[in-house]
Design a protein around this ligand. Structure first.
Ligand code: FE
Ligand code: FE
Ligand code: ZN
Length: 277
């Protein structure tokens, strides 16, 4: 069965997200670990976390894919911005252990003109500060659109980050369909080729989750504007082919399309009907 869900708001707590997921026939979901713009996180309600753990188990959910605030920049040229990313992510690693064994996805960041190599060094430095061999959470680097000075638009950059860290077993990749297409990987015309390239450079065993979005822009545009499924340049057929690819089957899929809950429910229904087995 397809493991699919969407971004849900954590404003009403953990259990509420699980109930909302069930109401739209989702069996995974994503959530921001705190206000997506950064800032202080609410203290964890342990009972609420336990209630969600029980709901997930009883309903055979796949792994969840939490998302770090997207405004963090681990490779900023400003020391205080990098320090803030490190504090947030270190706290989030502790918080994630209340829902053990799930994924925590983040945007590697923008090097703001310092060069990708320097950016990669800074990202590696941050990951070495926040990960421990004991943690149950796997941290995921998101494939980026390559907008501006974003790091992570090329598979080689992700590989370099994984190669640099002390605990590579705690690190993986989340592939975003809008981002890889915008970055210039032809997942519409040559999905096999893209996945072969990913396998050669990063290794498919490192691919742990998928973000499923259509794109408002054509391949290679480096824009990063998500569209609803079937309303963008990828189209429903290419997205269904992506989900049906034998090398991607079974990975948790998260919709990050511009939708409210009802729209997500529709997309989940649509994609479930298009995926065999
Ligand atoms: Fe993201
Ligand atoms: Fe994404
Ligand atoms: Zn995006």
């Amino acid at each position: 069965m397809l493991t699919i869900g969407c971004h849900l708001s954590s404003a009403n707590g953990f259990l509420h997200m699980g109930q909302e997921a069930l109401s739209i026939d989702a069996n995974t979901f994503a959530f921001f670990t705190r206000n997506p713009r950064g800032g202080k996180a609410k203290p964890i309600d342990e009972e609420d976390a336990a209630a969600l753990r029980q709901l997930l188990e009883e309903n055979q959910f796949g792994k969840l894919v939490a998302h770090a605030p997207y405004t963090l920049n681990p490779c900023s040229d400003k020391e205080n911005v990098r320090a803030f990313a490190q504090i947030c992510m270190k706290e989030d690693m502790v918080r994630m252990e209340y829902l053990p064994g799930n994924f925590y996805n983040f945007h590697p960041g923008s090097h703001v003109g310092q060069g990708a190599e320097k950016g990669i060094d800074m990202i590696v430095g941050l990951l070495n500060e926040i990960t421990t061999p004991e943690q149950s959470t796997i941290v995921l680097l998101e494939t980026m659109a390559g907008k501006g000075s974003e790091v992570g638009g090329r598979f080689e950059e992700l590989r370099a980050i994984i190669d640099g860290v002390r605990f590579p077993q705690k690190l993986g990749v989340c592939m975003d369909t809008c981002h890889v297409s915008d970055a210039g990987y032809d997942i519409i015309g040559d999905l096999d080729g893209v996945l072969d390239e990913f396998d050669r450079i990063v290794g498919l065993e490192k691919l742990h989750a998928l973000h499923i979005n259509d794109s408002k822009n054509p391949p290679g545009s480096r824009k990063d504007r998500h569209a609803k499924i079937g309303e963008g340049e990828l189209g429903t057929d290419a997205i269904a082919a992506f989900l049906n690819h034998p090398k991607l089957k079974g990975l948790p899929c998260i919709l990050e399309t511009p939708n409210e809950l009802e729209g997500y429910a529709r997309e989940i229904r649509l994609l479930r009907s298009r995926v065999d087995g």
